[in-house]
Design a binder for this molecule. Structure first.
Ligand code: MGD
Ligand code: MGD
Ligand code: MO
Length: 775
């Protein structure tokens, strides 16, 4: 067997194929074989994936159509399924053989390769090992510890997969306990969306439904990697492209999914050389250059519209919509008029002609959608990026009509839904008065900690307890070594998980690792097998029913674990019958409906229908009364660069990227097929001219060092210099390894989303030459 503590080295060659195609089938097969999943079971479960009577995929949150394809899954959704179906088991015997210290040297991949967790485990500090324990003992110890702690110093983190039912119970438990510290993974991804969209149009979520993709004349993509991270969207794009919809992409990297697609479910495409061109224009802007691009697009539209008025030609802007529904137009228009093209060109890294071509395409489309992802949200001015997307849409009334709107592509399969049912640190986003009346308690009113604030509180020594509903907090957060170092000071750490990861190896004084069912598995309770629900990126709520035999007879459902902790930690409350809820999840859905009647009317009757039911969204109806001032707002940016730092000699903008072979910190394998990488993840993508200018050679090892003023040395070595088609001045490397480089305070203004797509770094020798300066 390979020594798990030995590093893997990457090889690279260029990739010029499409997304999809045979490569996607091979990629999936590799994972299924590595997980020793019987082919019949993989096939059976894949046919149930994203179907009305099946289970909601555990990978991304892309909408599930009412009329699914016979095989409504993608390469990465299938990998996620195989990852949960694995026949490997991480048993008490595994923990008896490995100390926690030893496991700290294992990679993310090797830790999860140990297989599904099978037993509740307690950390025994004296032996430095996890030892099995009884569920009742675990709950009793956790409850006693929670009772001894100040609730306002305990964090309840959720990673975005748990169902609406579990998430509702989770948030209620935290508030009954007295904590509003309810951060979730969206704090690290689409928090800029929740803040920015709310400011601009009054809705914290996108307004686009799947059917809008069939009605859009143009689709603009900013910083979202569809081929790897939401591949089922490729089907909608393929259909749109064939229909003649015009697709325009702004991304520093040439991502194959946004260029060409060979549909693995089309026998014709698989057997012939046929493939579909996706983007008609592909603009490789600089990382952080979107504010400049979006300003350029708006500038061209506003100026061309004024010219059209002078010429007596048709207007380009929707003046009727602007007058009736918006405010702030004049200020934005004058900002755009004042922005000089040379500045826009410098900041975006694109030629004026490229931006004008894209603007013409946008202006000629009767209906347009803007799709975006982490390339916009994870910047210091990420909220402003989202505001600028809305400005562009509002100019032509591209919201609240078929085929229009902002489409943020959410991450985890129920991350949006968790926020919907109360997992939020922001008291104004939870209906506290309704909860107070419904459950007869005084909910905490003060603002809780988001992810970054929880880390800050930890570093200050204030956070004394952590309970995690999934996720890999210590790997996902910025400044990971600093957070790890402070983590052990906590009195209590509890991790509810399916598979082993690094966060489980850094233990508080009392530490438990509690294994749970995956959504693919049968969840038997007092009234029989249970169905759960999730909300997708388009605010549609779906049923999910797992029928697979659980990975171990000792697993509990996430709801059962939440109820177990709640009963042990909280005083009895006659209005909250945890056991009744646990026995029949339909009762939890009734409770959700009672708390949120405006969204969940008839929840139990409606959630099983094909395609789910849509949670109403006022902005989609052109009702902007929930935006500040009661109208949709044009909001001007404070800069043309979203990076938050000034350009300086040899300071690069580092983008921290996902490969095609990972789901966040879960590393399925060591190939990033679309980017031509195989066998390792230790690559540093760099523009060839930058490489030559710095006298670096392809394949040479180098290190990155963060440029920061706080005196903390942040360095990541062992990276392999890899010439790549990336704009000059930009670098790319993989997340989560690179989180050692991201300073905790390098986050978006207004949302605190870590600014992981433009980290200021220098390239330094590796290993450091003797006497080299520290920074
Ligand atoms: N298979 C798989 N699916 C996933 C995930 C996964 O890890 N694996 N993660 C899930 C989660 S939680 C999330 S949040 C989503 C993430 O999905 P995405 O939003 O696609 O996130 P990333 O892959 O981090 O980066 C997106 C793209 O942004 C580009 N980019 C970087 N900087 C900039 C910039 O400054 N401007 C522009 N315009 N583009 C930029 C990068 O080149 C990349 O193509 O996917 C979800 N789905
Ligand atoms: N530098 C950098 N950092 C980033 C990002 C980036 O682009 N760059 N992206 C950020 C983003 S968008 C996100 S969303 C976060 C992700 O942060 P997290 O959501 O915290 O991390 P994941 O890697 O998704 O969590 C994986 C773990 O979840 C557990 N798990 C899997 N399935 C289940 C389940 O069904 N139930 C339970 N209870 N546990 C389960 C497994 O133990 C697995 O090891 O990372 C963020 N960090
Ligand atoms: Mo995410």
């Amino acid at each position: 067997m390979r020594d798990p503590s030995k590093p893997r080295r990457a090889r690279t060659k260029s990739y010029d194929g499409p997304a999809g195609g045979y490569g996607s089938l091979i990629g999936l097969a590799k994972v299924a074989v590595a997980q020793s999943v019987p082919a019949i079971e993989t096939g059976r479960q894949l046919l149930r994936q994203n179907k009305a009577d099946g289970f909601a995929c555990v990978s991304c949150a892309w909408p599930k159509p009412a009329k699914p394809h016979p095989a409504e899954f993608c390469e990465n959704g299938a990998k996620a399924t195989a990852w949960d179906l694995t026949s490997k088991r991480c048993t008490p015997d595994f923990f008896a053989r490995h100390t926690v210290r030893e496991l700290l040297d294992w990679s993310d991949y090797d830790l999860e390769q140990a297989g599904r967790l099978t037993h509740p485990m307690r950390y025994d500090a004296a032996a430095d090992r996890y030892v099995p324990c009884a569920w009742a003992d675990a709950f009793a110890a956790i409850g006693a510890s929670l009772k001894s702690l100040d609730p306002t110093k305990v964090t309840f983190y959720a990673s975005g997969r748990a169902s609406l039912e579990t998430s509702y119970m989770w948030a209620l438990m935290a508030r009954l306990y007295g904590s509003q510290n309810l951060p979730d993974s969206s704090n690290m991804c689409h928090e800029s969306t929740s803040v920015g969209l709310k400011q601009s149009v009054g809705s914290p979520v996108g307004t686009v439904l799947l059917e809008d993709f069939a009605a859009a004349d143009a689709i603009f993509f900013f910083g979202q990697n569809v081929g790897s991270n939401s591949p089922r969207l490729l089907h909608d794009l393929q259909e749109a492209a064939r229909r003649g919809a015009r697709i325009v992409t702004f991304n520093p990297l040439k991502e194959p999914g946004l260029q060409r697609f060979k549909n693995p479910q089309s026998p014709f495409q698989m057997l012939t050389g046929d493939q579909t061109r996706i983007s008609e224009q592909y603009h490789q802007l600089r990382a952080g250059g979107d504010l400049a691009v979006l300003t350029g697009l708006c500038k061209w539209l506003i100026e061309a519209d004024a010219q059209a008025a002078r010429d007596g030609a048709l207007p380009l802007l929707d003046h009727g919509f602007i007058a009736e529904h918006t405010q702030g137009f004049e200020a934005l228009a004058s900002f755009c008029r004042d922005a000089a093209w040379p500045d826009i060109e410098r900041e975006s890294g694109l030629a004026r002609s490229q931006i004008e071509t894209a603007a013409r395409t946008y202006a000629s489309a009767p209906a347009a959608i803007v799709v975006y992802g982490m390339g916009l949200t994870q910047h210091v001015l990420g909220v402003q990026n989202v505001n600028m997307v809305c400005n562009l849409l509002l100019l032509r009334g591209n919201i609240g009509r078929p085929g229009t709107g902002p489409c943020p592509v959410r991450g985890h399969s129920n991350v949006q839904g968790q926020r919907t049912v109360g997992v939020t640190e922001k008291p104004e986003l939870a209906p506290l008065d309704i909860l107070k009346a419904q459950y007869g308690f005084e909910p905490p009113r003060q603002k809780g900690w988001n992810t970054v604030e929880a880390c800050e509180a930890l570093l200050r020594g204030e956070m004394t307890g952590y309970v995690g509903l999934g996720g890999n907090f210590l790997r996902a957060v910025p400044d990971s070594p600093r957070i790890e170092a402070a983590w052990r000071r906590q009195a209590l750490t509890v991790q509810i998980a399916t598979k082993l990861n690094r966060s489980h190896l850094i233990c508080g004084q009392i530490a438990y690792l509690l294994p749970c069912l995956s959504r693919i598995e049968r969840d038997d309770q007092a009234t029989g097998p249970q169905t759960v629900s999730v909300e997708d990126s388009s605010s549609c709520i779906h049923a999910s029913f797992g029928d697979r035999t659980p990975a171990s007879p000792y697993l509990l459902s996430e709801s059962a674990i939440v109820a177990g902790i709640a009963k042990a930690a909280l005083a009895p409350n006659p209005k909250v019958d945890w056991d009744a809820w646990l026995g029949d999840y339909a009762l939890v859905r009734d409770a959700i409906e009672a708390t949120y009647p405006q969204w969940f009317k008839g929840f139990n009757a409606r959630f099983r229908q094909a395609g789910g039911f849509h949670r109403p969204n006022k902005a989609r109806q052109r009702d902007f009364t929930e935006a500040p001032g009661g109208k949709a707002n044009f909001i001007q940016p404070s800069s043309l660069s979203a990076t938050g730092f000034a350009d300086a000699q040899d300071v690069f903008r580092l983008m921290t990227l996902r490969s095609n072979d990972q789901f966040n910190t879960t590393v399925y394998g060591f190939d990033d097929r679309f980017r031509g990488v195989s066998g390792g993840r230790d690559v540093l993508f760099i523009n060839r001219k930058d490489m030559m200018r710095l006298g670096l050679a392809e394949g040479q090892r180098a290190a990155l060092q963060t440029v920061a003023q706080d005196g903390v040395e942040r360095r990541l070595g062992g990276l392999r210099i890899t010439a790549y088609d990336v704009p000059s001045g930009c670098l790319g490397t993989y997340y989560p390894e690179c989180n050692v480089l991201v300073p905790l305070d390098h986050h978006a203004q207004g949302s605190k989303t870590p600014a992981s797509k433009s980290v200021p770094v220098r390239i330094v020798p590796d290993p450091p030459s003797p006497g080299a300066p520290a920074s």
